[in-house]
Design a protein. Structure first.
Lengths: 299, 287
């Protein structure tokens, strides 16, 4: 950049800090400081007595972590969250990519209209649509079972059966969020030079072949970006089970964040909950690094 | 989408093209129906007389249209209050974060000061931290400041965002240095330069950022749920989640509440979608 060209005038230096101060103070005090404090909190037994008087909290080392890793409750929540992220994530990405490919076809018109329609679920309020879907999933009166009944499939107890509750939440999430990734894929597809396709077509490559040999490799950076962003978001699953199932049935939809919320803000076991939050952070970090490594190995 | 010139297709290809096109449109229309169906049913059920949404076979449209559930929400159930709470919180967060993020984003893009790049890197590292990690201590901090169960407890943590600073910085990088230096030579103060040269130059990204922030704040659930304990302070999503516990059986009422919650963000999106979509694209391509 042009840093070397001019000497830094001290006035500009002062002005810069004036422009930065509000943002840095706010982000520092209300984000970075709490994150650091969370690390401290996670090695104390801070609970309801601690809220009354912080002096009641004692240092307990890694006791919260060892207790956490020793409970089936935590492993259950982690398993549910992984299920949601590892099934819901790829499914969302597949639907997004499919929609983006449809909307990028030369044969299709009214692209703007379809794009708007597909994107609309993404901007809606999660709590509101979760409530709507709860009724759509109703075993007896819901539209889904009615439609399934039409093709001869018996009623499914979507939100009351531990085997179906998570798939139900995943389906709703795919509907809600595929539009966002779709837009990113459309931008990625536009960036692929049309000559590549023309050349392949002249060489006699069919549509499927062109997709495998041109579209997918050219789209890999976009795919990795989308995969990482989607997965980070999905690991933070909270409102859907909170509203639709309260974590049930039989804790089958209790996510890590929901467990943290319950421990920290319902039972006020804040030291323990802080440990849950950090384990979540580490899981997300590891998953992110794996995906970036995966990309590097492939290219 | 692609600018490639198509060759004159042979007659047989034209027939095949028609089949493919029909197939594509069928898929697109099916997708559109699936995408819109939950929203359409929500609006339709909210207009049904009590009990009609829970009938077998399920009804798609009301036998007669009634607004009784909307009336009940606004008269008995205080929904007007929650609507105002949501609007107030979302507008204040949008306005303040717009000013604060744009100043910081501009400084990172265009002002030269010691430690700039290192500071920016440190800030970017914060993007990998899930916000939930900060929530427990933040709650205790706000409690000490007496901000729990106030609007400010929701507003203040949203007033600056790393992502917003990022977005503005990317855009502001394109402002020519010569323009700023010329204004400096003319004796304009740094704040004057910001106000009369920088801000007009980054209006599109400010539009994107404000829509983005407004929708995100309006839709936010977890943090308001934690901070706002008193019903009179509830935002719409919190009130709706609370209401859905008490009124599980009142399908039509809950649908009306969902409509009220969703309609404002839908309108904002539909009227300003150009800017919103630009933001999604801008946020991704650089990533």
């Amino acid at each position: 950049m042009s840093t070397g060209r001019l000497r830094i005038p001290s006035e500009a230096n002062t002005a810069a800090w004036f422009f930065l101060a509000p943002a840095l103070i706010l982000i520092g005090v209300f984000f970075f400081l709490p994150v650091a404090a969370a690390l401290l909190l996670s090695v104390t037994d801070f609970d309801l007595y601690g809220i009354a008087n912080p002096r009641n909290a004692r240092f307990v080392g890694f006791q919260n972590y060892s207790r956490l890793l020793g409970t089936s409750e935590f492993w259950n929540a982690l398993r549910n969250t992984l299920y949601f992220a590892l099934v819901g994530g790829p499914l969302t990405i597949a639907v997004s990519l499919g929609a983006a490919l449809l909307l990028s076809s030369k044969l299709v018109r009214f692209k703007g209209l379809f794009r708007t329609i597909y994107f609309t679920p993404f901007v809606t309020t999660l709590v509101a649509v979760a409530i709507v879907w709860r009724y759509l999933y109703h075993t007896r009166y819901g539209l889904f079972n009615y439609a399934l009944g039409g093709i001869g499939i018996g009623p499914i107890d979507w939100l009351g059966d531990p085997r179906w509750a998570m798939p139900a939440i995943i389906l709703m999430t795919v509907w809600k969020s595929f539009g966002y990734n779709m837009l990113i894929f459309i931008a990625g597809l536009q960036a692929i030079p049309g000559e590549l396709y023309d050349a392949a077509e002249i060489d006699g490559a069919g549509a499927f072949r062109r997709f495998i040999s041109i579209t997918l490799p050219m789209l890999t950076p976009t795919l990795v970006f989308v995969a990482v962003v989607t997965m980070i978001g999905y690991f933070q699953l909270f409102a859907e089970p909170y509203v639709m199932t309260q974590g049930g049935p039989l804790r089958s939809t209790t996510s890590v964040v929901l467990l943290m919320y319950e421990e920290g803000f319902r039972w006020w076991r804040m030291g323990y909950a802080a440990a849950i939050a950090f384990v979540l952070f580490i899981v997300i970090l590891v998953a992110t690094l794996i995906q970036f490594r995966f990309q590097r190995d492939r290219t | 989408m692609t600018s490639a010139v198509r060759h004159d297709p042979l007659p047989s290809m034209r027939g095949r093209e028609r089949v493919v096109r029909t197939l594509l449109y069928s898929l697109l229309v099916l997708g559109a129906v699936l995408a819109l169906m939950p929203m359409i049913w929500m609006v339709s059920a909210s207009l049904m007389p009590s009990g009609q949404a829970s009938s077998f076979p399920p009804r798609l449209f009301p036998s007669r249209v009634t607004f009784e559930h909307y009336v009940a929400l606004f008269t008995r159930l205080n929904l007007g209050r929650y609507l105002l709470n949501s609007a107030f919180v979302a507008l204040v967060v949008t306005a303040t974060s717009l000013a604060i993020n744009s100043m910081a984003g501009y400084a990172f893009a265009k002002l030269r000061f010691r430690g700039r790049d290192r500071l920016f890197k440190a800030l970017s590292a914060g993007l990998v931290l899930p916000v939930q990690v900060s929530m427990l201590p933040l709650f205790l901090l706000l409690k000490n400041l007496g901000l729990i169960n106030t609007y400010w407890g929701v507003i203040i943590p949203g007033m600056a965002s790393i992502f917003g600073i990022f977005l503005v910085r990317q855009y502001a990088l394109a402002i020519p240095d010569e323009m700023l230096d010329a204004a400096r030579v003319d004796g304009a103060s740094e704040f004057r330069i910001f106000r009369s040269i920088v801000v007009p130059g980054i209006v599109p990204i400010l539009a994107t950022l404000s829509i983005w922030t407004f929708l995100a704040t309006w839709n936010d659930f977890m943090w308001p749920l934690i901070v706002l304990s008193d019903e009179s302070h509830y935002t719409l999503p919190v009130a709706l989640a609370n209401l859905s516990g008490e009124h599980v059986q009142d399908t039509e009422l809950m649908m009306a509440g969902s409509v009220i919650t969703v309609i404002p963000v839908m309108l904002v999106f539909l009227f300003l979608q150009r800017y919103y979509i630009q933001g999604v694209m801008a946020g991704s391509v650089k990533g």
